[in-house]
Design a protein around this ligand. Structure first.
Ligand code: ADP
Ligand code: MG
Length: 243
């Protein structure tokens, strides 16, 4: 599937904050059914990269294409309509709604034509089942454990029926026993044809499910390649241990 055309592509992506180059010269190409792991120390530019792709930040240079369409600098709703869904590092459910209604609302903002609330609720029920929150639809988000709050965040993203899924530190705060099931779920989504970009701070967690790993360091790509190669790269070891 390597020669399949990418559903997500960035070229020379850059974001400056005043004098700081948070992201610089990032080229990536992600075909459907593949997972790209993006790792890097705190402050490396990982969340900024996701924000540049999702439309939550505008690049100061470079381009973002989704399914061949130029979405550089497009607003988040347009990017979502093009099939890109994301999770946030800081989860932000609507506190006044139940878990199921949070997902139903997300479904109503999806790229498919107008849906009725009843349709959105049915879709929400399916998505909640998929992420393992089938029994928790009626509770307020505040009652969820950290792991379940992350599942809700994922469910909201999936309710958009995306082609590209951007996951920003979805494993953070999970107990060790919760990590494998989360990785298995993400890998299943990938097998169903989603293009997954997963951001983590720790490489070991995502090496197992990533086809390629890209290492960000001070906003630039330090190296990119198969997980095993990246894990044994001296510059990567240096960037992590010597910082
Ligand atoms: P990571 O997610 O890898 O920890 P971020 O992308 O959040 O890193 O941040 C990269 C760099 O950009 C950091 O130095 C951070 O302080 C800076 N930064 C991020 N967002 C902003 C912003 N809105 N304004 C100014 N600086 C920012
Ligand atoms: Mg971050």
């Amino acid at each position: 599937a390597t020669d399949e055309s990418p559903v997500l592509r960035t070229e020379g992506l850059e974001r400056r904050f005043g004098g700081l180059l948070a992201v610089s010269g990032v080229d990536l190409a992600l075909p459907p059914g593949r997972t790209l792991g993006v790792i890097g120390p705190n402050g490396a530019g990982k969340s900024t990269l996701v924000n540049l792709i999702s439309g939550h930040l505008k690049p100061t240079a470079g381009t973002v294409h989704v399914g061949g369409k130029d979405l550089t600098g497009a607003r988040p709703w347009r990017v979502a309509h093009a099939g890109v869904a994301r999770t946030f590092q800081i989860v932000k459910p609507f506190r006044g709604l139940t878990v199921a209604d949070n997902v139903a609302v997300a479904a109503m903002f999806g790229p498919s034509p107008v849906r009725t609330p009843a349709h959105a609720r049915r879709e929400a029920a399916q998505v909640l089942e998929r992420v393992g929150l089938g029994g928790r639809g009626d509770v307020p988000p505040a009652e969820l454990s950290v792991a379940d709050a992350r599942r809700l965040e994922l469910a909201k993203a999936l309710a958009l029926r995306p082609r590209v899924l951007l996951l920003d530190e979805v494993l953070a705060g999970l107990r060790p026993a919760e990590i494998d099931p989360a990785l298995r779920l993400i890998d299943e989504l990938r097998r169903d044809g989603l293009a997954v970009l997963i951001i983590e701070h720790i490489i070991q967690a995502i090496a197992a499910i990533s086809d390629e790993v890209l290492v960000l360091h001070h906003g630039t790509v330090l190296t990119q390649g198969p997980p095993r190669q990246v894990l044994s790269d001296e510059r990567v070891v240096e960037a992590y241990l010597g910082h």
